[in-house]
Design a binder for this molecule. Structure first.
Ligand code: KG4
Ligand code: ZN
Length: 357
């Protein structure tokens, strides 16, 4: 029996310091041997958002023991590793540099291949850690920095079908939470508060709902929440606004996902209809429920990462590393950190004033 690959993944693109070791079982399915994630919530709480300099410092303080802990927990010896994969972008350059340099140095000292990973590709492949998934598939990537519909044709081959023209969905959740006086990171708390509120209490705008294909926009929604939040007098009104906000997001995603299904079929012409939802916001159960329902209606197979692999982690980075390792797609040690790194590099930049849809 040939030795199964052992891949170390390292993630430091934003405010999670993470390391993971994955391998494969005899059937060729990935197995997670260790998955360590250390969040910096306490570092950034008092500032209401991620402070890049503090995030980078915290990565520097923690990276050695997080990687050591992943190796110890996995039960392997460091020199048994077959490759080291680090996130190279997109993200905060001062943060990316920590995990990228650490990964390169370790690869050089062990004389093992180094693999640079796109963080977004990590999210895109994250469901492979718990379900069988073949290309092509439709991906809805909803995180703190990105909101996109993509046709995933193969490893490294993406066709963007739609994107946000302003804020990402996670950002809209976090900003709404901040306006409601919820501590950073507030996105997940909106889901909790929404359970206690009336979703029909406020009629909120749905920007570009009836135009722009499956492109998305949330900036107008944020402005409306800002106005209403100034008049909130008690907790019940706060719950009602959280519920109305979440319901509006769900209505937008419901309509835009149906358009994305049509675009996916038209542009990618898949044999099977598979729909992957990944990124931090994919942990939201109400959003999951609605997407599962429309998949049933439209004969799509819905595929989600497990809840703990929706947010940033290094198992998903190791997963991309494993796929690239099998294809011998290695990178040089001068690979740069890339603060901007789109999955579909041919797609037009669609942000800011004057965007034509
Ligand atoms: O993928 P992720 O961990 O980091 C990025 O790559 O951005 O996503 C983080 C985002 C945050 O904006 C957070 O508020 C949001 O995901 N999020 C949620 C939930 N859990 C995390 N948003 C809505 N409902 C949730 N349950
Ligand atoms: Zn992420």
């Amino acid at each position: 029996m040939s030795k199964k690959p052992l891949i170390l993944g390292i993630e430091t693109s934003c405010d999670e310091t993470a390391a993971s070791i994955i391998s494969e079982n005899d059937r060729g399915n990935p197995i997670v041997l260790a998955n360590i994630v250390s969040s910096q919530e306490d570092v950034h709480k008092q500032f209401g958002g991620v402070v890049p300099e503090l995030a980078a410092r915290s990565h520097i303080e923690k990276i050695d023991w997080i990687v050591k802990k992943a190796i110890d927990n996995s039960g392997i010896r460091i020199n048994e590793l077959d490759a080291i994969a680090s996130t190279a972008g997109p993200g905060l350059i001062v943060c990316l540099s920590v995990g990228l340099s650490f990964g390169k140095a370790l690869a050089a000292s062990l004389n093992k291949p180094f693999i640079a990973v796109n963080h977004l590709e990590g999210h895109a492949l994250s469901p492979m850690l718990n379900s069988k998934l073949n290309y092509p598939y439709l991906l809805l990537l909803i995180s703190g920095g990105h909101s996109q519909y993509l046709g995933v044709k193969n490893l490294g081959k993406y066709k963007r079908l739609g994107t946000t023209i302003d804020d990402a969905i996670g950002e809209a959740f976090d900003k709404t939470a901040k306006l409601l006086g919820i501590e950073f990171p507030g996105g997940p708390q909106i889901e909790v508060l929404a359970k206690k509120g009336d979703p029909n209490k406020y009629n909120l705008p749905k920007p570009i709902f009836n135009k722009g294909g499956c492109n998305l926009s949330f900036a107008g929604l944020k402005t409306a929440i800002l106005k209403i939040s100034k008049e909130i007098k008690n907790d019940q009104e706060k719950f009602n606004l959280a519920a109305s906000f979440q319901k509006t997001i769900i209505e937008i995603l419901q309509k835009k996902t149906k358009i994305a299904f049509t675009e996916f079929e038209r542009q990618i012409k898949p044999k099977e209809k598979k729909f992957v939802v990944a990124g931090g916001v994919a942990a939201n159960k109400e959003i999951r429920g609605m997407l599962i329902k429309i998949c049933k209606e439209e004969n799509y197979e819905p595929i989600f990462p497990s809840i703990e692999l929706c947010g940033d982690n290094a198992a998903m980075i190791a997963m991309v590393g494993l796929e690239k390792f099998k294809l011998k797609k290695f990178d040089e040690l001068d690979y740069p950190a890339k603060p901007r790194w789109a999955l579909d590099e041919d797609a037009l930049f669609l942000k800011g004033a004057g965007v034509k849809l």
